[in-house]
Structure formats: structure tokens, C-alpha cells
Design a protein around this ligand. Sequence first.
Ligand code: NAP
Ligand code: ZN
Ligand code: ZN
Length: 347
Amino acid sequence: MLTVPAYAATSATEPLTPTTVERRDVGPHDVLIEIQYVGICHSDIHNVRSEWGPASYPVVPGHEVAGVVAEIGPEVTRYAVGDRVGVGCMVNSCRECAPCLRGEEQYCLEGNTLTYGSVDKDGTLTQGGYSTHIVVNDDFVVRIPEALPLDEAAPLLCAGITTYSPLRRWGAGPGKEVAVVGLGGVGHMAVKIAHALGAQVTVLSQSLKKKDDGLRLGADHYFATSAPATFEQLVGAFDLIVNTVSARVDLDSYLRLLKPGGVLISVGAPAESLSLDVLSLVMHGHICAGSLIGGIRETQEMLDFCGEHGIGAEVEIIPATKINEAFERVIASDVRYRFVIDTLTLV
Ligand code: NAP
Ligand code: ZN
Ligand code: ZN
């Protein structure tokens, strides 16, 4: 057992504070990772504030983990000490159900083991990456390409795969018009990846404040959703719309922006349910879809794709003491475009 520094939430309303967590001894198939950087995802905030239902406190969040292998179990063959690796939202699954067998562990029928807030196989509560070390089964560890710095790679483990998976599944590529709603952590990765896949990309943001950034990240067009003209001008414009908004949005106003047969994919996960004009959906053959991260195989594929295209996240590196401030800035849509904690500052 290894006792390591971490940052934890002890209730839905208290700020996160320094603590320690126990990491299990390295088992035959385990990898001990010395974490160097961990991203702050809006899901961490939904989670620690019990917005998705009651969390089990204390919660050490963090599922955008990038680091270096410090120790391996005797049965581990794919990784060696010193390798650059990452861990995303899951650390285990049943491996036997239909989704697991087709590489979609995120939809495991038995319920996968999340990186934090899940009951692990040994009955303990998993604790995430706002910490200096983590022990993970090697099947849930991925390799970070040499071309990517670890700080810029960390957010790929959630924000990257969350956008790569549905963009690939729904055919983003040359000749396709893709809109991204919300230019935050997940949204900016959607822009970069959709652009690299060859699609024409439009950002739909609350204002034009981040327009220059959006165009630099790879968008071809940029509109403010606060301007009513946007929703008239863009009727029927898109093949795909990726909704990354962490709050309630009017889905119907976005569905009207789809071509016939177009797809609105929600990855943003607000706690409140959203309504839908089903008659309009029927009349235009629109598809309203959801998507949850991606499987482990696909996460490795995404990392290799990002390595080949030189795609990392735009990060603002912060010390652990700024975590609570960063949470507030994420909630205020004041993030450019992912906060990443330097875990050396936890020590
Ligand atoms: P984020 O960095 O806070 O980005 C969300 C963006 O949504 C903001 O930057 C803002 O963009 C826009 N937004 C926020 N509040 C809004 C409002 N009231 N109305 C309209 N637009 C608003 O968060 P994130 O880390 O990207 O995560 C986004 C959502 O995706 C969260 O709900 C998170 O839990 C979820 N998520 C889901 C998955 C999955 O697997 N499906 C994975 C990761 C995250 P503008 O300033 O450009 O308008
Ligand atoms: Zn996330
Ligand atoms: Zn399963």
C-alpha cells in the first residue's frame, strides 16, 4: 500500500482540500503511474457537487491523467518503467458483456469501474487523478505518443476521446459541415479533431469573445448564439452538431440547424432533462444522439491520431492550490481551454 498526496472534496458544498489516498500494492497486471498532469473536466465539478446524484465522499476527482510508469506487475508486458502513459474515465469493466467485447467498455452492462467514485473489485472506493500516483490494471492504461507533451495530452483522455468517438461514428470528414456548440474544454477538442478529420467546422458560442481563438483552433466559421439572427441564418446548414454545453440548452433551436437526416450529438451532460419536439424530428428525419467518452481501443486510436496530427489541448497549467478557483472559472465559461494541474505541486 502506498499513501500519496491528493486533493479531495469532502462534501458537495465545501472547497477541495489537501489529503492523502491509499493506492493498492501493484498486482500482477497492474501499472503504478507517477502522475505528472491531470486535467480539470466539467464532469469533475458535476460529480463533486453531487449534481448527477449523491457522490460518495471524500471524492478525489480527476480522469484526465498523464504520467510515467513507475512500476509494473510481473504479468505486464505492454508497458515498461519510464513509458509515457495515460488513464481516462475508466479503470475496469466486466470484459465479458457484448459492449465490452466490442470495445465499448464505457457501456459495460455490469457497470464499469470509473476512475473515481466507483466501488472497485476489492470493495474500496476508487480515487482519481488529483493525486501524485495511481495504480491501474494495464488493460485500462493507454500509451501517449512521443509527439505530444504530457500536459497537452492529459485532456485528450476525456475531452479528446469524448469528441473523437462521435465525430468518427457519425462520419465527420471532408464535405461534412460540423457545428460545435460551446467552446470549452470538450468543445475546443471537437473543433481541433473535426478540423483534422477534414470537416468544415463552425463554432456556436454564447458570444464572439473567443472568435479569434476558435478560428485559430481550426474553425472555419464562428457565430454567437446570443444573436437571434444566428438561428435564422444557419437553418439547415449542418450534417452534424456536437453539443458540448454543460448547462440546459434549447435542443429544438439546434435541431432546426441540421440538414434533413442530420445528427445532433449531445456530449454535454447537464443534470436537468431537456425537451424535444419529436414531430419536428420525425418530419426532417433528424437523429438526436448521445455519446459517452469512448472505449479503450478507440482511446488509443484517438491518441495515435492526435500524435500524428500534432493535436494537444490548449492548457492553462495551475498549481493544486488553484483548483477551487479553476472550478469557479470553468463554471463561468472562463477557461482557455482546459485547466491542467501540475501534480508536483501536490507534494
Ligand atoms: P466547459 O469547459 O465548462 O465547457 C462548456 C462550454 O459550454 C462553456 O465553455 C460554454 O461555451 C458553454 N456553456 C456553459 N454554460 C452555458 C450556458 N448556460 N448556455 C450556453 N452555453 C453554455 O466544460 P467541459 O469540460 O467541456 O464539459 C462540457 C460538458 O460535457 C459537461 O456537462 C461535462 O460533464 C460533459 N462531458 C461529457 C462527456 C461524455 O463522455 N459525454 C465527457 C466529458 C465531459 P461558450 O463560452 O463557448 O458558450
Ligand atoms: Zn471528463
Ligand atoms: Zn462489460
